[in-house]
Design a protein around this ligand. Structure first.
Ligand SMILES: Nc1nc2c(ncn2[C@@H]2O[C@H](COP(=O)(O)OP(=O)(O)O)[C@@H](O)[C@H]2O)c(=O)[nH]1
Ligand SMILES: [Mg+2]
Length: 308
């Protein structure tokens, strides 16, 4: 799934009917906030109830440094002997289809594999915290005092996606101030969006992690109808995402006169980029109309038989 491509698509299609049972929890926040340490403690809490877990840690650092990958293994080290916990570090670079597409597919593999809970760690920078929304049932934004202007950093959009706010490193003196800042920020929101709990944790000692788990479990979709609605919304976004990647690929792949004309018109100020996009989309649509429909789903995939 990380590598993408046609084989991944085919496999994904085959396993989708077996998904939908897992709860997906996203942890996001600035580097150094203690996400990995907190996940480690949170997973330990989850394991007390026997729930099986898969952790997908999206590592934004250079593969050359190897530091973060190793670090997460060390910070989540207590689970390495536990077959009920699967840990995978995923490089966030090089996904042409966007991180959310592959992370969704990876989450679906883990779901189909029968894990009860899937935990995704992403660094809250750039697109990734927005993309996590598309995958996770419950979104936790982790903050900590002493990370510079940390609360400022989460102001821009990231607060909006949180179902739960965590102030980790509550053992540090400035934690109370961070809690106050977050609470006052929440008070500025619409009334319906204010009931986001702010939970203090000390990930390194496990303090507050039981409270975090209780808060998470309150947000689990209860009825089958609610679960089905969430699943449908997720698939909707997945298809839109795939469509965007498909269209992008088609447009980038075209250098024929019609496309060059549209580019020239943008250059000359005769068309806005939006207008040119619509014109080029129309060209691509004509092309799409000529693509033969997909072959019927091959049930041999499910039976584990080779597909030639
Ligand atoms: N004082 C204190 N340090 C913590 C706590 N949680 C994590 N740390 C430390 O903060 C650093 C960053 O933690 P890490 O889990 O790697 O953060 P991440 O980048 O958000 O995944 C590590 O040195 C941790 O040991 C905490 O609750 N209190
Ligand atoms: Mg980490």
């Amino acid at each position: 799934m990380e590598a993408g491509g046609a084989a991944a698509s085919r496999l994904h299609r085959g396993l989708l009917p077996s998904t939908g049972a897992a709860l997906t929890i996203g942890f996001t926040g600035p580097p150094g906030a203690g996400k990995s340490t907190l996940i480690d403690a949170f997973v330990a809490e989850l394991r007390k109830s026997g729930r099986t877990v898969a952790i997908a840690a999206v590592d934004p650092s250079s593969p050359l440094s190897g530091g973060a990958v190793l670090g997460d293994r060390v910070r989540m080290g207590r689970h390495t002997e536990d077959t009920g916990v699967f840990i995978r570090s995923i490089a966030s670079r090089g996904h042409l289809g966007g991180l959310s597409e592959s992370i969704q597919q990876i989450a679906d593999v883990l779901d189909a594999g029968g894990r009860d809970v899937i935990v995704i760690e992403t660094v809250g920078a750039g697109q990734s915290e927005v993309e996590i929304v598309e995958v996770a049932d419950v979104r936790i934004v982790v903050n900590a005092p002493g990370l510079g202007d940390d609360v400022q950093a989460i102001k821009a959009g990231i607060l909006e996606i949180a179902n739960i706010l965590v102030v980790n490193k509550a053992d540090l003196p400035l934690a109370a101030r961070t809690v106050r800042q977050l609470r006052s920020m929440l008070s500025l929101r619409r009334e319906s969006d204010r009931d986001v709990p702010v939970i203090e944790t000390v990930a390194s000692s496990g303090q507050g992690v039981d409270e975090l788990l209780r808060a998470v479990l309150k947000l689990v979709p209860r009825t089958p109808a609610e679960r089905e609605a969430r699943r449908r919304a997720r698939l909707h976004r997945l298809v839109a995402e795939a469509a965007a990647a498909e269209v992008r690929g088609r447009i980038m792949g075209r250098t024929d006169q019609a496309v060059l004309d549209a580019l020239r018109q943008v250059e000359a100020g005769e068309l806005s980029a939006d207008e040119a996009a619509r014109a080029v989309l129309k060209l691509c649509r004509d092309e799409c109309d000529r693509v033969p429909p997909l072959a019927a789903y091959d049930t041999r995939v499910e039976r584990n038989e080779p597909v030639t």
